[in-house]
Design a protein around this ligand. Structure first.
Ligand code: FAD
Length: 460
């Protein structure tokens, strides 16, 4: 309950906005093919330590797109997510990734895309912009240019994005692999969270050099000593952590009284005790409610990013090759963004990183810390957790890019602290767009799940 720290709006306002207006729209948008398939490399080696822990629990595995069987005839079908029955229904069909998504020849769209790239403000098609140069440059120098452009882009990005062209990158059907309890826990999971909090979250100066884990000392005391930017970093990560832990509690593997699974493929549903163990004030030394508020905080951050990028997102085509579905998606995106923009108390990103050299340095540090967090996701030892961890970190990184790269700010009010922002036009890849909307969908569904937990606990 009450006001969300570092924002002016209250938990109650956000609850009713999300649960009544936003969640139903977002949930139905995420059923469409454009947002359903995401390309990701789950085989990257951990860049920080020797991979010690490949999770062998069957619920950790990710089912490949090409390998689906009819759920009535085999065990590979959709696993139902409580509260997400639309997803279950739709995911049960034997679908493959649409050719339009995979980048097969797209006559109609290519033509439109070319027309659009000259008309839509903010749309950038590098190849078209090259024009005459593109046809006369030697092959080597074109490769050189591409490398330069990629490097330039990387300077604007807050997270490391997988190389789509890598042989190890594969499309994953997100509806077929819902985020839920997997059993991933213990030293491997703790090492990931500890590395993120201890080595990549900012610390107040009195804590530097000490073995300090926010989580064991009580984050709130430390947060009071830090500036808004550093608090934002911590709250965003903690909010993401909260969201993951709410989902595993809301979609828990339910077992009978003897601890055996109810059915071969398991039965999934909310586990109130699991939720309380993680968030009850008395069971968590008062930390639980603060962690829940961090969920609302990161929700507001991503909500603001969507509002800010709305003109760009409304101009995109969401091409899959299925014309009627693509039109429906465009309409649904516009409808969602109208609701997003109508929210009266948006997070104010202009209060961050303002004021000269020091602020620019802090922003670069912030970006590099988040970049590291995105690389740590390749160390997550459970494939399904790695998938959703990467997706949500990419979505949050994309939101940070929208808010802080400076490219979407009003002319005359441009925040050009990052060097690459001086000449780059704003654009997002499909990987970023799908991650942005799905990551926000996860936060929205966590807030909805909270309401259900609240009701169950009140009834008791
Ligand atoms: P953990 O959640 O591991 O937390 C470690 C410590 O951090 C806690 O002891 C506490 O002191 C502190 N802490 C806890 N929550 C917060 C917070 N919100 N903010 C600040 N500090 C906090 N498990 C699944 O079943 N399904 C998944 O899809 C899944 N995805 C994951 C994705 C990632 C990237 C990671 C790293 C883990 C994932 N896990 C998943 C594991 C899950 O998050 C927990 O690590 C696991 O359930 C063990 O929980 P725990 O109670 O030991 O505490």
């Amino acid at each position: 309950k009450g006001v969300i720290d570092d924002c002016s709006c209250s938990v109650e306002t956000l609850d009713s906005f999300n649960n009544l207006r936003l969640y139903p729209r977002l949930n139905s948008l995420l059923q469409y093919d454009y947002f359903r398939y995401w390309k990701v490399n789950l085989n990257k080696e951990c860049p920080f330590w020797e991979d010690d822990s490949k999770c062998a629990i069957r619920y950790c595995s990710v089912k490949p797109c090409t390998d689906q069987e009819d759920p009535e005839n085999g065990s590979q079908g959709e696993e139902s997510n409580v509260g997400e029955s639309d997803a279950s229904n739709r995911a049960s069909s034997d679908k493959k990734v649409p050719e339009g998504i995979k980048g097969a020849p797209i006559d109609r769209s290519e033509k439109k895309q070319k027309e659009k790239s000259h008309m839509v403000p903010g749309h950038c098609d590098g190849e078209n912009d090259l024009g005459y140069l593109n046809t006369t440059l030697s092959k080597e120098s074109k490769v050189g240019f591409k490398r330069w452009a990629a490097h330039d882009d990387a300077q604007l990005n807050f997270c490391k994005i997988d190389d789509e062209s890598s042989e190890d990158s594969e499309y994953v059907d997100l509806l077929l692999n819902p985020e839920r309890y997997t059993g991933y826990a213990g030293p491997s999971a703790h090492r990931i969270w500890r590395t993120i909090y201890q080595e990549n979250c900012f610390k107040p100066s009195r804590a530097i050099g000490r073995y300090t884990d926010f989580s064991s000392i009580g984050a709130n005391d430390f947060l009071k000593e830090m500036c808004l930017e550093k608090r934002t970093f911590y709250r965003a990560i903690s909010g993401l952590h909260t969201s993951i832990n709410i989902h595993l509690s809301a979609n828990y593997l339910l077992s009978d009284q003897n601890g055996f699974e109810v059915s071969k493929d398991g039965q999934w549903g909310p586990n109130v005790q699991e939720f309380q163990a993680r968030f009850d004030p008395e069971l968590t030394g008062g930390e639980g409610p603060l962690r829940l508020k961090n969920l609302y905080f990161v929700y507001l951050l991503e909500l603001r990013a969507l509002a800010k990028a709305a003109p760009y997102l409304e101009s995109l085509e969401y091409y899959t090759g299925n014309e009627s579905e693509d039109n429906d998606v465009s309409k649904a995106v516009k409808d969602l963004l109208t609701v997003v923009k109508s929210f009266p108390e948006h997070f104010d990103e202009s209060s961050m990183f303002s004021g000269g050299q020091q602020a620019a340095k802090l922003k670069e540090e912030f970006r590099q810390h988040f970049w590291n967090v995105s690389r740590i996701m390749d160390c997550v030892g459970c494939d399904k957790c790695r998938l959703w961890g990467k997706l949500q970190v990419t979505g949050l990184g994309t939101a940070l890019k929208i808010l802080f790269s400076g490219n979407l700010d009003q002319p005359g009010n441009q925040n050009l602290d990052l060097p690459a922002a001086r000449h780059a036009k704003f654009q997002l890849s499909r990987i970023e767009i799908v991650a942005l909307i799905n990551a926000f969908g996860r936060l929205s569904s966590s807030i909805m799940a909270l309401e259900n937990f609240r009701q169950s606990i009140t009834k008791r």
